[in-house]
Design a binder for this molecule. Structure first.
Ligand code: 48H
Length: 266
């Protein structure tokens, strides 16, 4: 390999970045599915949505993947996953260890990398540093969610008054975790929906896992909930650092959207 560096002009670096990003943003302005949040449920949903051929964009407010996975259980770097979610681990080629019948453990960093890689390989676009702060809706009985309102996270945290942009989508999935941020704002600003986010209940792992997956789905036309946002909406219990429910919830929401938009049953 030659050790001679290619000379690069600063203006070329700027033009390349701005040009390519702007071209992509033009394309992102109208998409099939917006997934909000790149945690376990959001990344899993993105894998299956993109695999099915749906144009999928994940907006993540932080500059990293993984959501609550990185913290493991109280910073211990292992997560627990139960059957049948190991099938998802197998599909994304994520190494895991069997602990007991139907119970498995995986390294936090490994699961984050494999889920993110799976989503990108499937064709999903993941954009960091973007906060979804509102939804776009159209009136009707019931009203329909037709997109999201986005802002740079750095603008949100600086509290500067900069007007946001809108991205249209056929389906929006709230995968924002404990605060169910997209549902919270949509349900507050569109009272006709007659719902609100009350927050999850105290811990009961087995019940929480079952109910999270069971209640994953469409909340109102165009707006879906997956992962911990489901528990926050339906006031079901929390589960602690067991992640099978998050993965299965992400897959279930993807299956529902695929069926709705493409008429295909998985
Ligand atoms: C853009 C946003 C916004 C926004 C948030 O918290 P997450 O990991 O969410 P889930 O539901 O996929 O997984 C939950 C799991 O991590 C967890 O917390 C569990 C199992 N807890 C059990 C318990 O008992 O405590 O990821 C959400 C992601 C994060 O990366 C956020 O930064 C991001 O969404 N996010 N992105 N716009 N408005 N709000």
């Amino acid at each position: 390999m030659s050790l001679k560096f290619r000379e690069v002009d600063e203006a070329t670096i700027t033009k390349t970045i701005v040009n390519k990003a702007a071209q992509e943003w033009v394309d992102l302005a109208e998409t099939d599915v917006v997934v909000v949040g790149a945690g376990p449920s959001g990344l899993t949903a993105a894998i299956y949505l993109a695999k099915a051929g749906l144009k999928t964009v994940v907006f993540e407010r932080r500059l990293s993947f993984g959501g609550g996975m990185g913290g493991g259980g109280m910073h211990f770097h292992k997560l627990v996953v139960q059957s049948p979610a190991e099938r998802i681990l197998e599909e994304i080629k994520c190494p895991f260890e069997r602990v007991q019948d139907g119970l498995f453990t995986v390294d936090t960093s490994t699961l984050i990398a494999k889920l993110a890689n799976g989503a990108i390989d499937a064709g999903a676009k993941i954009v960091f540093g973007v906060t979804v702060e509102d939804v776009i809706f159209r009136g009707g009985k019931p009203p329909k969610i037709v997109g999201v309102v986005i802002q740079w996270t750095s603008i949100v945290t600086s509290k500067m008054h900069v007007d946001p942009l809108g991205v249209k989508a056929k389906a929006v999935v709230d995968c924002t975790g404990h605060d169910a941020e997209v549902l919270a704002v949509a349900l507050r600003k569109i009272p006709e929906l007659g719902l609100s986010v009350k927050g999850e209940k105290a811990m009961w792992a087995a019940e929480a896992e079952k109910l999270t997956v069971e209640k994953t789905g469409e909340v109102c036309p165009g707006l879906y909930a997956a992962g911990m946002a489901v528990a926050a909406l339906h006031q079901t219990p929390r589960m602690g650092p067991i992640f099978g429910g998050m993965l299965l919830s992400g897959k279930k929401v993807a299956d529902l959207i695929i069926e709705k938009l493409l008429g295909k049953k998985n």
